[in-house]
Design a binder for this molecule. Structure first.
Ligand SMILES: Cc1cc2nc3c(=O)[nH]c(=O)nc-3n(C[C@H](O)[C@H](O)[C@H](O)COP(=O)(O)OP(=O)(O)OC[C@H]3O[C@@H](n4cnc5c(N)ncnc54)[C@H](O)[C@@H]3O)c2cc1C
Length: 432
């Protein structure tokens, strides 16, 4: 197998990079070990959400400019302001071509609601979380309903309502709670493994039970304009089901991400993979790259679990394997490694320096900023400090940023994925 661009990963960074690369006509492959952080995410894309002191960032692009000025090693700095804007727009357009539209509050962040009823700043959301109509309706200080499905164990409306009312945005709003019953689930509701968000979402990929559930939502909402519910509006047929539900209820059904797998995140995964395939990209699912050989400062080939000793070759390679969470970084008792190529890391090897003494420290833990060290071109270094010139590193495997603490995980994955693809496309033009 010979590629122009071979990406090791399968998450947001890999798919953004793959779509950009394939859209320019390069033969592009993605080898993906399995699920990514998208399957666990809110399904909203954060560009920059929090200041150092944990106060909220309202203007993410302004904050990114500060970060670029002040932090010479932050991944956003490696991309640059103009490219980040270009990447974000590209991502939005390509996702829409894959069938999923994202909405943003012009240049500003908006808020989305978590399962516990806390609110979080973000930049892009799906139409059941944020759009202009929702923004206008919320300005009218509406009555809100929080509803769950009878027997569902991953969302508790009363708890979420109590937490929401601690926020200044919701404090003076009337919030009622209630539940709806899924007719086909009354017999299995005692088994928690048969009643997760994903099981409900599968049912609503079709319209079969939509009229029934719409009637129940209307009734349980007691005249509210918004009904916040655990995300359930299908995965493959989301646009149609969302509009139909709106027609039938006259209510904004607001989706709240629940425990994994995240329906909202799966929609992004689904749309990106569809778009990558449409552009001719080759997605090799369920295989893991286990090693490769670096010869003369360049990666010569990689091999995978399933392909054994077969050498898979490319002109350029991209490492998008995520952080500890996805196995892009691994830790032993007193060591941290990048497991495929043993690349140079930014990290402390002594275990007692990895974490803060306070578990819920607002500054997070030091290990959250650990990752692969790169030069400005996103090329990593081997253990002797030599640059691997045809390998690029993107997304959560990178060092020097804290995706959750800064609220910038999605933005960094998209920006670095796009930046690496552009560099690969440009190298192809130079070498002919
Ligand atoms: C639980 C969680 C929730 C998050 N929620 C949000 C959110 O709501 N919004 C937001 O903006 N950011 C969120 N983030 C931040 C997140 O880091 C980024 O948004 C982004 O999704 C990271 O993408 P990535 O592609 O770099 O890595 P990942 O999504 O981690 O993907 C890495 C991929 O590499 C694959 N892989 C690993 N090793 C190999 C191998 N050897 N061979 C082949 N494949 C391999 C994995 O299977 C996986 O598919 C969240 C992070 C976590 C951990």
């Amino acid at each position: 197998m010979n590629y122009d661009c071979l990406i090791i990963g399968g998450g947001l960074a890999a798919l953004t990079c793959g779509i950009k690369s394939a859209s320019s006509g390069l033969r592009t492959g993605i080898i993906s070990g399995g699920m990514s952080a998208l399957h666990f995410s809110s399904g909203s894309i954060d560009l920059y959400g929090y200041q150092e002191d944990r106060t909220i960032v309202y203007q993410p692009f302004e904050k990114i400019e500060d970060v670029i000025r002040q932090n010479p090693v932050h991944p956003y700095r490696r991309c640059g302001r103009d490219l980040i804007r270009e990447a974000v727009l590209f991502f939005k357009n390509e996702l829409a071509r894959g069938g999923l539209e994202l909405y943003n509050n012009e240049e500003s962040n908006h808020f989305h609601v978590s399962t516990l009823g806390t609110i979080k700043p973000t930049y892009f959301s799906q139409r059941s979380v944020f759009n202009e109509e929702i923004k206008e309706a919320f300005r009218m200080r509406p009555k809100i309903a929080l509803l769950s499905f009878a027997g569902f164990r991953d969302f508790f409306p009363k708890l979420a309502a109590a937490n929401l009312q601690k926020s200044s945005l919701f404090r003076h709003l009337e919030i009622v709670t209630g539940e709806v019953v899924l007719p086909m689930y009354t017999k299995t509701a005692r088994n928690p493994h048969e009643f997760r968000s994903i099981d409900i979402a599968r049912i609503f990929d079709s319209e079969r039970y939509l009229t029934n559930i719409a009637e129940q939502i209307k009734k349980a909402s007691q005249g509210a304009i918004f009904a916040g519910m655990p995300a359930f509006i299908g995965i493959t047929n989301y646009n149609k089901i969302y509009h139909r539900l709106r027609e039938l209820t006259g209510i904004f059904v607001y989706e709240i991400p629940t425990l994994p797998p995240s329906i909202l995140g799966m929609r992004i995964d689904d749309a990106l993979k569809r778009r990558f395939a449409e552009l001719g990209g080759e997605f090799i699912a369920g295989d893991r790259v286990v090693g490769g050989e670096i010869i003369g400062g360049a990666l010569d080939h990689v091999h995978t679990e399933n392909h054994g000793t077969t050498r898979i070759r490319a002109r350029s390679y991209v490492l998008a394997t995520g952080s500890f969470f996805s196995g892009g970084l691994s830790s032993g008792f007193n060591s941290i490694r990048e497991p495929i190529f043993n690349l140079k890391l930014f990290c402390e090897q002594e275990r007692n320096k990895w974490y803060s003494p306070r578990f819920l420290s607002t500054r997070g833990h030091p290990f959250l900023a650990y990752g692969v060290e790169t030069d400005n071109e996103l090329h990593p270094f081997d253990q002797e400090g030599k640059t691997v010139k045809n390998l690029f590193c993107i997304g959560a495997v990178l060092a020097h940023y804290r995706p959750i603490v800064e609220g910038c995980g999605g933005g960094v994955a998209i920006a670095t994925g796009y930046a690496a693809a552009k560099k690969i496309i440009d190298t192809g033009k130079i070498t002919g």
